[in-house]
Design a protein around this ligand. Structure first.
Ligand code: 3PY
Ligand code: MG
Length: 254
């Protein structure tokens, strides 16, 4: 169970992916064929049943996309996503060391964590994989990502990312700007931009890769140039801008 994105991170390479909150294995296949590296199945905001999650993950595996699940943060959601076959877990609203430690406890098997083992599940190939081989591979390959999206998380950044087992810090610009009080201006507000720029420097000092959202193709490039290791577009934004383009073209032709 090699995790291509985790390997890339270790080698200092960058990855581009997409958040998907709509149930569509076909769209997952399209992302894979288009050449994306990873998929974040958004189970914080999306409408997925456990079965839907599993089918999205299965589709990602068919096209060599790394399936990551952004969980709605309660501890059991991490176990459930991992047992469906998620190769990465992305956890919103991680605000301090204790939150980060709780995430690691849920993702890793003992001794580092307290994840429950069961070899009859999909990721263990229904019993074909078991014992130390399965346990160590899972601990080694599953990517653990925490969202930094509140002033408290910003203040505690160093202690969050230094928790053993945390692989990456992901900036949540929308929640960060709202929780900083910039509900109208959003992430464009200079204070939010300044905070994000400072997080970049602090991440570099801590030697922790940073992830971020990109609003459009130009900002994918900008993020990569800024050193962001893991850049994700949001599929609904990409689709809506394509739809607006078509509608505008139609209006101009009227
Ligand atoms: C945010 O911007 O708050 C996010 O969580 C990104 O998806
Ligand atoms: Mg968020």
């Amino acid at each position: 169970m090699k995790n291509r994105v985790k390997e890339k991170l270790k080698n200092g390479e960058k990855s581009v992916g997409a958040f998907v909150g709509i149930y569509s294995p076909e769209m997952v296949e399209m992302l894979g064929h288009a050449g994306f590296d990873f998929l974040v199945i958004d189970d914080e905001h999306g409408a997925f049943s456990p079965r839907d999650l599993e089918n999205m993950i299965r589709a990602a595996e068919c096209v060599d996309l790394v399936p990551i699940v952004r969980v709605a943060y309660d501890p059991s959601s991490i176990q459930k996503a991992l047992d469906r076959g998620a190769k990465g877990i992305q956890v919103p609203m991680v605000n301090n060391r204790e939150d980060a430690e709780r995430v690691v406890q849920r993702v890793k098997f003992p001794p580092l964590g307290q994840r429950g083992a069961n070899y009859t599940t999909r990721p263990a190939r229904y019993g074909k994989d078991h014992g130390i081989g399965f346990l160590d591979a899972a601990d080694d390959q599953i990517l653990v990502i925490v969202h930094i999206e509140t002033p408290e998380a910003v203040a505690n950044f160093e202690e969050i990312v230094s928790v053993p087992g945390i692989d990456m810090a992901f900036i949540g610009p929308t929640d960060l700007s709202i929780s900083m009080g910039y509900k109208e201006e959003g992430a464009r507000h200079p204070e939010v931009q300044k905070t994000i720029a400072q997080l970049r420097e602090r991440a570099q000092q801590q030697n922790i890769p940073l992830g971020n959202i990109a609003a459009n193709p130009a900002s994918v490039r900008q993020e990569l140039e800024n050193g962001t290791a893991f850049v994700a577009v949001v599929i609904t934004s990409v689709m809506m801008s394509a739809f607006y383009e078509v509608v505008e073209a139609g209006i101009r032709n009227d």
